[in-house]
Design a protein around this ligand. Structure first.
Ligand code: DGY
Length: 324
């Protein structure tokens, strides 16, 4: 891959192999402390580097993008697939292209979705907390009895790469029936006999688990809201490994605390890493700290994808994973 040792600004630490790959091709500036950078530091980094490589925990607003354009930033190569933290309209206005890292975190995120589903229906979180608190009184037939996952119905909102990977695991691994909502038709799911529904509420009606896999955008903001939640039965579980903004958290907490649904498994939150205290206090939840892509394989591959996109850009070629 040809390049001219462009300067690249990396906002957080990456796995060693990915940082080394970046060093081989570019002149990187790493955030050695790995602490979140404030807006002034982001502005300075964007303005003084040819390429910026932010990630989901950075808010890249129009001021930062304008400062980058005024300085030397010519590409935003996001570390991650989701780009809702970047003002894409501002990037387009400043004619700074944006790339992302699709495909390489599909399996990791799908695996974590199944982890949350199983933890909820088998009450694994409750069990671990009880045991660690020294409160386990021993085996008994009625102790922490959950529900089977095998044979149940899974509703998926957003049937892209990750939604399909979750559906395949659930169908082939657990014999689950699959239905889904997707804004456009989906053709390659005949093997799992998945039914496409016309709305999120239709997916919720009759599903035992509903899992969210759409990108966050103004169109999908709180796509799982009070109306759709009301269509779930009282034992149904909600899983979100996509983005916090696509769930109406207040409506979810109300449904949980009223016993209107069985529980929720969440990996992502509105305004994370701050968590709405009402979620922390809600009934029957399993809460994880945005771990969907957190395998060494995926996190390394995400960095390598940034390198590939940056190298293509440096060589004057089309981006491999263009967002805009
Ligand atoms: C992404 O890539 O958007 C993920 O949320 C990071 O795990």
């Amino acid at each position: 891959m040809k390049n001219e040792k462009l300067k690249i600004f990396v906002t957080r630490r990456w796995p060693d192999a990915a940082e080394n790959a970046l060093r081989a091709h570019f002149e990187p500036t790493f955030n050695k402390s790995d602490a979140p950078l404030d807006k002034a530091a982001l502005i300075e980094g964007f303005a003084s580097h040819d390429i910026a490589a932010p990630t989901v925990s950075d808010r890249i607003d129009s001021d930062i993008i304008a400062a980058g354009a005024k300085g030397r930033c010519r590409l935003i190569a996001n570390y991650g697939v989701g780009v809702n933290h970047i003002d894409l309209a501002a990037a387009a206005t400043q004619t700074i292209p944006v790339s992302n890292t699709p495909g390489v975190l599909t399996d990791a995120t799908a695996d974590l979705t199944l982890t949350l589903m199983l933890m909820l229906c088998r009450r694994a979180g409750e069990g671990e907390r009880e045991l660690r608190a020294g409160e386990w009184g021993g085996w008994r037939p009625t102790h922490l009895v959950g529900r089977a996952m095998t044979g149940k119905r899974l509703g998926i909102v957003g049937m892209g790469r990750i939604g399909k990977a979750v559906a395949r695991r659930a169908h082939f691994g657990f014999g689950m029936q699959i239905c889904f909502y997707n804004r456009s038709p989906v053709n390659d799911v005949d093997d799992i006999k998945a039914l496409q529904m016309g709305s999120v509420a239709e997916v919720c009606a009759g599903s035992d688990f509903v899992s969210l896999h759409c990108a966050a955008s103004p169109d999908t903001f709180q796509i799982l809201g009070a109306e759709a939640l009301a269509a779930l039965h009282e034992g149904a579980y909600v899983i979100n490994t996509a983005r916090g903004d696509i769930v109406d958290e207040a409506a979810l907490v109300a449904a949980l605390n009223a016993g209107a649904i069985g529980g929720a498994g969440l990996d992502v939150y509105q305004g994370e890493p701050e968590i709405n205290p009402a979620i922390l206090g809600a009934r029957n939840t399993v809460l994880l700290p945005h771990l969907g892509s957190a395998t060494v394989e995926s996190r390394t591959a995400m960095g390598l994808k940034v390198v590939e996109n940056a190298c293509a850009f440096a060589a004057g070629q089309d981006l491999i994973d263009p967002v805009t």
